[in-house]
Ligand binder design. Sequence first.
Ligand SMILES: [Zn+2]
Length: 175
Amino acid sequence: MTERRWHDIEPADAMDIDLSTDLTITAPLNEAGERCPWPWEPQQLAGAPMGQYHCPYCGAMVMAGLPHIDYARRWRDIAPFDLPRAAALLKDGYTPASVITALTGGDMAFLARTNRNDQRVLFVDDAEELRATLDQLAALYADDPEPFKVYRVNGNERIQFRYGVTVFVRLKRRR
Ligand SMILES: [Zn+2]
């Protein structure tokens, strides 16, 4: 089963492609975990005096002149010494996508809080990583004075804090 990767396709060859419906091609995810329908614009804006801007197709914060950012970047891309910091930011209600992007890119301007549970989802690649990530997070909160509960229900893995913040761990959406 072969899957085409969106960044292997040139913008000129992508004119008729809609990644929100064509699931045979990979797509970068925005901060809410949604596939970008047409992620080829940012890379075409090299030299434009824009810097960061919102992708008009999915709303993700992207950089003019660089490939569309994929907010599904994995938890394991964060350096080990930054994991306690990442866990603390998740507990404070920052979205996992923004925490990962901020810590892996070294730019805290990407941090974003949310009141919506559907935006507090940490996407991982497979079931093994899902278990490992949940265990890692639980361990990072082990000495935390704030009471919490770890749910290990298949497909509904989450860590819940008493004051209302919940961090979910989910498998990345596949085609
Ligand atoms: Zn986009």
